[in-house]
Design a protein around this ligand. Structure first.
Ligand SMILES: Nc1ncnc2c1ncn2[C@@H]1O[C@H](COP(=O)(O)OP(=O)(O)OP(=O)(O)O)[C@@H](O)[C@H]1O
Ligand SMILES: [Mg+2]
Length: 567
């Protein structure tokens, strides 16, 4: 670097020397004087062209023009006053007297001071005049830039050339011209951005209006409907104006109003929330089930909610039909077991009745105690049979999917009312370790019973299948272990068996619908997938315990509602 700049300086000195020698040659030898004259000429030659050289753009500035015109006017005024004084006043005052000389000097001095002061003053004023123009220009340019920032790539090149042309115009014009150009450019950009805005609004309006689902724009504070799409009018059979006069909660049932408002007001921004299934009513009063997704947005400077709603009635009906079919299949499978269950009380009744008949036929009278015991046995057996039948009816009933506070141990115990005798007949024992002080969960006992029924039947089938790898395993006891307890705010239930277990290769498939390893006609492959669905509706989880050694083990967890939540 140093050497470079050094060489530059040397070059400059060389230039200066050659210039000097050129001038020295130009001046005749006779008139050559010592160095200062050459230096002065050289300097003048350097400075004058620079000072006189017209500067592009200097006079294009409005400010400079004001300054220059004032300067010229002031010089003109001073010269005129000087001439007037020279022609009129000085001759009268008498020639070359020293007083006149002083007056002339004072006049010259005052004139210079006046010119300097007025130049300074006008400089300030012209700055003041042009500053707002410059500021307006830069503001207009900024707005143009901001409006042009979102220009689509398609018209990018066109805009670039526009900017370049405008840039060139800017250099050439004065402040007023620049302002005009900037304002024009701003207008062009604003118009373009307005057109883009309109286009984008039309696009989103089109998407909104032609959305496949009803879409509602809701006031986040009042839950009043602010806007709806055509699909909402169609599905709810209300006119747009009617919907705009309603609250979103008016579309649901009266008893759900509070919950709907609370849910909408608890939404978080930037998060799309899927809200639980609820019932909505059409204008003609017909009800349908809806799922809706809502998110908090800002609309016209206030918080609003955009909610897309879709009808899930058909899906839910199909789902409930599937569950019902699953239940019926389970009942069908249990037919032998149920026959066993009913056979036992019926045998007792038969024996009791036979004994009574024989005694009366023989004309014998019965002792009071015998009579009491027999009638008590008969009543207990009738009760047991009717309990089984009632439970069967209850289990087979199509439920309304009502969720209440329940003790999870109840559906676990109930399963054995229907399956107990059948398991015993197959030499399967069960071991219940149910925690007595479990917190209640929110659930549907009937549907949970179906889950436990599926798991126990699977355990039974696995243990009876004989698919064991060793003889010891096959000959070992068939036991079903069921345990319930609470862990970290959740109720946990495990159902384990001493069967052959679930091979690693099929563990991630067993919850899929129609997956079965049973022979055709023996299993539908729906048991676990229905159970998974039911547990998910209870906001619970179900998984196969990966490290369970002997047999298979399913672990389920269910959330415990906060204290104060009612069913
Ligand atoms: N306790 C278990 N031990 C071993 N394998 C099991 C156990 N539970 C389930 N499985 C495996 O998971 C598969 C799917 O079970 P799922 O209950 O869904 O259907 P399924 O029992 O075959 O048929 P269905 O329940 O309709 O009678 C079973 O076929 C079996 O291979
Ligand atoms: Mg099954």
């Amino acid at each position: 670097m140093i050497s470079e700049s050094g060489s530059e300086t040397t070059e400059r000195f060389h230039d200066r020397d050659s210039e000097r020698s050129r001038l020295e040659k130009a001046i005749p030898i006779s008139s050559r004087q010592p160095g200062w004259i050459v230096n002065s000429i050289y300097l003048l030659e350097k400075i004058l062209p620079k000072a006189l050289k017209p500067r592009p753009g200097v006079l294009l500035s409005f400010k400079n023009r004001i300054l220059l015109s004032t300067f010229l006017v002031m010089i003109g005024v001073v010269i005129t006053i000087g001439i007037i004084l020279q022609v009129t006043v000085f001759p009268q005052l008498g020639g070359d007297s020293p007083a006149i000389k002083y007056l002339k000097v004072i006049h010259l001095f005052v004139s210079l001071v006046v010119i300097a002061l007025s130049c300074l003053f006008i400089e300030r004023i012209s700055k003041k005049i042009t500053m707002p123009l410059i500021e307006l220009t830069s503001r207009a340019d900024q707005i143009s830039r901001e409006a042009g920032a979102s220009t689509a790539s398609s018209d990018q090149s066109g805009n670039d050339s526009l900017e370049q042309n405008e840039g060139a115009v800017l250099v050439q014009g004065d402040e007023i011209h620049q302002l005009t150009v900037s304002f024009n450019r701003m207008l062009v950009h604003l118009k373009a951005s307005e057109a883009r805005l309109r286009e984008s609004e039309e696009k989103y309006r089109f998407l909104f209006d032609n959305g496949p689902f009803p879409i509602f724009l809701i006031d986040a504070e009042t839950t009043m409907i602010l806007d709806v799409n055509a699909r909402a009018e169609e599905d709810y059979q209300y006119a747009r104006e009617q919907l705009l006069a309603m609250s979103f909660a008016d579309l649901g049932l009266d008893q759900d109003r509070k919950a709907t408002v609370a849910r909408l007001q608890q939404l978080f921004s930037t998060e799309v929330t899927l809200l639980p299934v609820m019932q909505h009513r059409r204008r003609n009063g017909s009800l349908f089930m809806v799922n809706y997704q809502a998110s908090l947005i800002t609309y016209q400077n206030r918080p609003a909610i955009i909610a897309a709603v879709w009808d899930v009635t058909e899906r839910l009906e199909k789902h409930s039909q599937l569950i019902q079919a699953g239940k019926m299949a389970t009942l069908g499978e249990m037919a032998t077991g149920i026959a066993h269950e009913l056979n036992q009380p019926l045998s007792v009744i038969r024996l009791g009745c036979d004994y009574l008949l024989k005694t009366t036929q023989m004309g014998k009278s019965l002792a009071f105690d015998d009579m009491k015991n027999i009638t008590e046995d008969l009543t207990a057996s009738v009760d047991r049979a009717s309990r089984i039948i009632n439970h069967l009816r209850q289990f087979g009933r199509k439920t309304d999917e009502t969720m209440t506070r329940i003790d999870i141990n109840d559906p676990i115990r109930n399963v054995f009312t229907l399956l107990g005798t059948q398991l015993e007949a197959n030499k399967i024992t069960w071991n219940l370790r149910l925690s007595e002080d479990l917190p209640h969960i929110i659930g549907d006992a009937n549907r949970l019973e179906q889950v436990f029924m599926n798991l126990i039947l699977n355990a039974r089938d696995a243990m009876l299948s004989g698919d064991y790898t060793t003889c010891e395993e096959r000959e070992s006891e068939h036991v079903i272990h069921i345990a319930s307890n609470s862990e970290r705010g959740r109720v946990v239930v495990t159902v384990s068996d001493t069967g052959p277990g679930i091979p690693q290769s099929i563990r991630d498939k067993i919850f899929e619908p129609f997956f079965t390893t049973k022979k055709i006609g023996e299993g539908t492959g729906l048991g676990l997938s229905i159970s998974y669905g039911i547990i998910r509706e209870h906001k619970g989880t179900i998984e196969v315990e990966p490290h369970y050694k002997k047999g298979a083990s399913f672990r389920m967890t269910f959330p415990v509602p906060d204290i104060g939540v009612t069913s």
